[in-house]
Design a binder for this molecule. Structure first.
Ligand code: ZN
Length: 88
């Protein structure tokens, strides 16, 4: 199913600079929250997307773990790149 990713907020929640690992929480316009795991060596690369279980999945409507967001990892990455959301 198609889903257009619209991120309205992106915050750093955890980082390990020596490892080049950064965890962000992205809030989408529909209030879905996802944890994004990035590596920076030295370029930013999205290596994981996990939906937080705050609201049901906008794609499959499950309120427990699913893999829908992982399938949209490229869209998250593009959206973040286009909007320049990473400012650290
Ligand atoms: Zn899902």
């Amino acid at each position: 199913m198609a889903l257009k990713i619209h991120i309205k907020d992106l915050v750093v929640v955890d980082s390990n600079e020596s490892e080049g690992l950064y965890h962000f929480v992205a809030t989408l316009t529909d209030n879905t929250k996802c944890r994004l795991i990035y590596s920076k060596k030295p370029d930013w690369e999205l290596i994981g997307v996990n939906r937080l279980l705050t609201v049901p999945c906008p794609i499959c409507r499950k309120d427990y773990y699913c893999n829908c967001m992982s399938k949209h990892a490229a869209e998250f990455e593009n959206e973040i790149k286009e909007k320049g959301l990473i400012t650290i």
